[in-house]
Design a protein around this ligand. Structure first.
Ligand SMILES: [Zn+2]
Length: 440
């Protein structure tokens, strides 16, 4: 069995950095300690001056997502390559069936699409309707397929979204059988009214995208989702929280002891809605739902990470090329929603969280790896460095710099919403189950 000894790194162990060696055999971490006499046949990697973190886990990505302007531009292979280049070793994607298709069939099909991933992959399964079979299929997903989470959409009702009464049924079934419901909170009817209002007045540019999805549209939906989950007795995971008003509702529910988890994304922590003032080719890159918000929202999101109200930072990685975005050049509602980011999640969080003194190293590890592993059933095999865990590791240079650019990134897209931003803190070596998949 191949043995690798990581020498003299600052290893993140039990909540702090400890200077030590780490021995890996095959795909697992074997032990940690000092090895003055190297165990015979081990290869060694000198990690002096470098940190060793558990591999990143991105709880929210959309590889090869079908849509009217074609598939999102990263498939499982290119997207996972970009993930690894950024220090992320596992991610959770989605199974979104067509209406009429069984959840199980869609899951099996999606698993085949994901076989060329370099990362470990799990799935959230999305019931997109409630039929006579849905309840039974959810139970089968949990019992026979190892699925722990079900994602429902309050928005997009004409295609994949559900009405509240059907969301409640999903929650009741999942909750009763040990599952969790992940939810996209935006009030569909209000968005439709606002969108149609702008379009009917000839207001078609990307800047009307955020105006048709104001803060209240998210917060109102969050409030409804929390009520439904409480009544249904189901743990709730609210994806891509972007507004301070939503956080107020979430915090209140958590303080009442309800099992409510919240996720945000780097784009909501770092970018703001002034991006929509640019000309179409630039502004359309930032068309995503929910949209970018104001500075006060960003500050509230960082505070919520510090307070433990937000548990995870996912990316909602869903890149589209400029050509795909141009489908909406005369109508902002036709711009495919989404942007890439899986490659930059850790370095952006490290730069603005750790170097920016907004969060502790412990919080950085929690939101980027440990908590996603705990919430979605990977812990302690992943999400922490310990004997017996998967050797999913990122060897991190806290001082390395890079300017982000679509010209140099690994994501398969000619756009990058972080174009020109400088990061400090980068992986130099990413290891997936003991195999070196990225070496700077
Ligand atoms: Zn998403």
């Amino acid at each position: 069995m191949r043995k690798i000894l990581l020498l003299n790194g600052l290893v993140y162990l039990q909540g702090k950095l400890i200077r030590t060696d780490l021995l890996i055999a095959g795909s697992s971490i074997v032990s940690q300690g000092e090895y003055p006499d190297l165990p015979g046949e081990a290869e060694t990697i000198d990690c002096t001056g470098l940190c060793i973190f558990p591999g990143g886990i991105d709880p929210h990505v959309h590889m090869h997502l079908p849509g009217p302007s074609g598939f999102s531009s990263d498939d499982f292979e290119t997207g996972s390559r970009a993930a690894i280049a950024g220090g992320t070793t596992s991610f959770i994607d989605f199974v979104t069936p067509c209406r009429g298709q069984s959840l199980i069939e869609a899951l099996h099909k999606r698993r085949i699409e994901a076989t060329n991933s370099l990362c470990d992959v799990k799935f959230h399964v999305s019931p997109v309707e409630w039929t006579a079979k849905t309840g039974e299929e959810i139970i089968r997903c949990i019992r026979e397929e190892g699925i722990a989470s079900f994602k429902v959409y309050m928005a997009y009702r004409s295609s994949i979204g559900l009405r509240d009464e059907d969301i409640f049924k999903v929650m009741k079934t999942a909750g009763r059988h040990g599952g969790l419901v992940a939810i996209h909170c935006e009030a569909d009817e209000e968005i439709e009214n606002l969108k149609n209002g702008y379009l009917s007045e000839g207001m078609t540019s990307p800047k009307y995208h955020p105006l048709s999805r104001p803060n209240a549209v998210e917060a109102e939906a969050v409030k409804r989702a929390l009520n439904l989950a409480e009544k249904a007795g189901c743990p709730l995971y609210i994806v891509h929280v972007s507004t301070r008003e939503s956080l107020d509702y979430i915090e209140k529910a958590q303080s009442q002891g309800l099992p409510v988890y919240a996720e945000t994304c780097p784009q909501y922590l770092l970018l703001d809605n002034s991006m929509y003032d640019h000309p179409f080719d630039r502004a359309s890159a930032y068309v995503m739902s929910p949209p970018l918000r104001k500075n006060e929202d960003r500050e509230a999101l960082w505070q919520a990470i510090r307070d433990g109200v937000i548990h995870t930072v996912g990316t909602d990685h869903c890149p589209f090329s400029l050509e795909q975005k141009r489908r909406g050049i005369h109508d902002f509602t036709k711009i495919p929603n989404g942007a890439g980011g899986i490659e930059h999640r850790l370095s952006l969080l490290y730069t603005h969280g750790i170097w920016g003194k907004r969060i502790s190293l412990g919080r950085f590890i929690e939101v980027s790896s440990e908590n996603p592993a705990k919430i979605f059933g990977w812990y302690p095999q992943k999400g922490m460095i310990k004997e017996g865990a998967d050797a999913d590791l990122v060897i991190w240079d806290p001082d390395a710099n890079q300017i982000i650019s679509s010209k140099t990134h690994h994501q398969n897209c000619d756009l990058n919403i972080y174009e020109g931003l400088e990061v400090k803190g980068l992986p130099v070596h990413t290891m997936m189950k003991g195999s070196s998949l990225f070496l700077q």
